[in-house]
Design a protein around this ligand. Structure first.
Ligand SMILES: *Cc1c(COP(=O)(O)O)cnc(C)c1O
Length: 383
């Protein structure tokens, strides 16, 4: 088997059982497929521990970004105003989406990776009574930082505002139950921590918010209320569903449950991260983030300063050893990323570390230490 491991934050390496679930065709209107859709919705809802039945789950076709846009366009009223919290590409994308929607927003941009903190959110809300909603990114996948959403949520609800969370790369591995964090709606997608294949995402929202979203969306296909109402009435998706992807996702959800749900999945990813980070540090690599902010989802490492190091050469050598890594997304210093999610465990991560060491040797890089500028940049984080 020559298939490489995808050490990337989705699409990611999936189980053979998940791939096999796609080997048959389903009629989108047929009772069997409608039952699968209902099962997916029920299983996803079970992950947030909503015993009161206050929330519902609405799958939406498209990649994760489609779902973020659907959530923003459906839950933020045309005369509302959002405070978008950004510390990387996905926060900035949410802000850009607000521009497309033509809805008012203000931005707190913390740069590449500094976390938005509760007190900053509180101050911004106190200063601007027009803000109705706050948009937060749970794990900002561009740096791998785990943002303090519980602290943010407290600041938001203490001031009577509402929180919408992009939990794309965290949901299913990091607790986001209704008893953990208060919010109106969250979004995630099939190809992240649940370990399905790409093709759809889902919104989990308070039923009261879903009701209130009627007639509000800017878009026919991204109207969460319309999808919800139609699905509840007919059991079907409004437009052609990605049937094979849904079948694969249902298998992935069964495997998620068998692994111990959010706690079990999160524990495996945390072990993946711990083995990766300690092994890479032994090789001399340094992480962008201090341990406190390191997510079990994806880790950013600085490129070594050594003149013989090049990311492309490193990437190609890693790929030859069947590991696909991910380029970095920082603006100040060069970096690369290694994902900890997908169908792999700490034994695979040990092999990743071993491969990285061999690649350095093949490149003639005898020190993986980052440049001074990287260390100086990182010191800002601790300050
Ligand atoms: C993956 C991801 C998205 C969605 O990206 P798509 O490429 O549209 O699937 C959005 N937000 C975060 C934080 C992500 O990790």
């Amino acid at each position: 088997m020559g298939e490489p491991y995808l050490l990337t934050p989705g699409p990611l390496t999936t189980a053979i059982e998940v791939k096999e679930a796609m080997l048959r065709d389903w009629g989108s209107w047929d009772g069997d497929f409608r039952a699968m859709t209902a099962d997916v919705r029920r299983r996803l809802l079970a992950l947030i521990g909503d015993e009161a039945g206050e929330f519902d789950c609405v799958p939406m076709q498209g990649s994760g970004t489609f779902c973020v846009e659907a959530m923003l366009g459906s839950f933020i009223p045309k005369d509302g105003k959002a405070l978008v919290l950004a510390n990387g590409a996905y926060g900035l994308r949410a802000a850009e989406t607000m521009k497309y929607l033509g809805r008012a927003f203000t931005l707190i941009d913390k740069g590449d990776y500094l976390p938005p903190r509760g007190e900053e959110v509180a101050a911004a809300l106190d200063a601007d009574p027009a803000i109705t909603h706050v948009v937060a990114i749970h794990c900002e996948t561009s740096s791998g930082i785990l943002n303090p959403v519980a602290e943010i949520s407290e600041a938001v609800y203490a001031r009577g505002r509402k929180l919408l969370i992009d939990s794309m790369s965290a949901f299913g591995a990091i607790p986001l139950g209704v008893h953990d964090v208060r919010y109106e709606a969250i979004v995630s997608s099939a190809n992240k921590c649940i370990e399905g294949v790409p093709g759809f995402g889902f919104v989990i929202a308070k039923k009261a918010e879903l009701e209130a979203a009627s007639g509000r969306s800017h878009s026919l296909s991204l109207d969460v209320h319309a999808q919800w109402a139609y699905m509840n009435k007919t059991g079907q998706w409004r437009f052609t569903p990605p049937t094979h992807v849904v079948a694969a996702f249902l298998k992935a959800l069964e495997m998620h449950e068998a692994e111990g749900g959010v706690a079990g999945r999160g524990a495996r990813y945390a072990r993946n991260r711990d083995v990766l980070v300690s092994g890479m540090r032994e090789l001399g690599f340094e992480t962008l983030l201090a341990d406190r902010w390191l997510s079990p989802i994806i880790v950013t490492f600085f490129n070594p300063a050594h003149p013989a190091f090049s990311f492309q050469a490193f990437y190609d050598l890693m790929k030859a050893k069947r590991f696909i890594i991910y380029p970095g997304k920082l603006t100040v210093v060069d970096s690369f990323r290694v994902g900890c999610i997908g169908r792999m465990d700490e034994h695979v991560m040990r092999r990743v570390v071993k491969a990285a060491g061999e690649c350095l040797a093949e490149m003639g890089v005898d020190s993986a230490a980052p440049p001074e500028a990287a260390i100086a940049e990182r010191a800002r984080l601790a300050a």
